[in-house]
Design a protein around this ligand. Structure first.
Ligand code: MD3
Ligand code: FE
Length: 229
């Protein structure tokens, strides 16, 4: 879908008619992590549509943590594995506990996007088997955590932001490492691999005035993972 032009630091799409909006750029933001600004801008419509289709099968829900707190971000999943939490703990499940059905298959568009974003970040051959969909409304946040329930730490994680902008925070391998803040906007993709794969990260509360014409005061985040080897 895209290739990396080292000289210009732009991600050039191979099809000229995809230049409807500004070309994507690639910035290193941590050891092994790349911010691909605008990487999915030309697909945002289709992606938002796809999210709604997944959510029609696996509705967004506010899950409960083992500590008994209800998460402020609503979640759904597609692909082989969905990320689940309840009073018993965090885990990946092949079935949606709400419907007792398998999660919706990962739509081709999502799969292809994740693979091409990973490749643009230098991670060839990514094989995501899970896509967690987070939905943030005003005030929703996600505290600092590590993503470490996956078996394959050599595979990167690809995250896609759509809708209202949010302040994203990440630190290092220790919870106490100083966190840096970045703004993630509609169309941005981040690829996390190498050392950054286990960095602590989270998002600040979605601001009162944060909105986007395509979603209103809502932000969606897709995270693609390889859960099982
Ligand atoms: C850094 N989601 O679902 S995406 C999550 O915006 C999660 O919804 C946030 O953290 C969100 O687990 C942040 C950016 C992100 C995702 C995975 C990472 C950053 C990461 C894995 C390792 C390091
Ligand atoms: Fe995370």
């Amino acid at each position: 879908m895209a290739f990396y032009s080292a000289t210009r630091h732009y991600l050039m799409h191979s099809t000229p008619d995809l230049f409807a909006s500004a070309p994507a750029t690639r910035e290193p933001i941590a050891d092994g992590a790349w911010l691909l600004r605008g990487f999915v801008l030309d697909r945002a419509d289709q992606l938002l549509d796809t999210i709604q289709r997944v959510a029609a099968q696996a509705p967004f829900r506010h899950q409960v943590t083992p500590g008994g707190h209800t998460m402020s971000a609503a979640m759904s999943s597609c692909g082989t594995w969905g990320w689940v939490t309840d009073r018993h703990g965090y885990r990946y499940s092949a079935r949606d506990p709400l419907t007792d059905q398998p999660w919706p298959a990962m739509p081709e568009l999502l799969q292809q996007l994740a693979v091409s974003a990973a490749a643009a970040g230098g991670y060839e051959g990514f094989e995501p088997d899970a896509c967690l969909i987070n939905r943030y409304e005003t005030g929703a946040k996600m505290g600092l955590h590590q993503d470490k329930d996956e078996d394959d730490m050599d595979a990167p994680i690809v995250s896609v932001s759509l809708g209202a902008p949010i302040r994203f925070l990440f630190g290092g391998l220790a919870r106490t490492d100083k966190a840096a803040g970045w703004k993630l906007e509609h169309g941005d993709v981040v690829v996390w691999g190498g050392a950054s794969r286990l960095f602590f990260h989270g998002v600040a509360p979605l601001g009162k005035r944060a909105e986007h014409p395509m979603t209103g005061a809502v932000r969606y985040n897709l995270t693609f993972r390889k859960v099982r080897l």
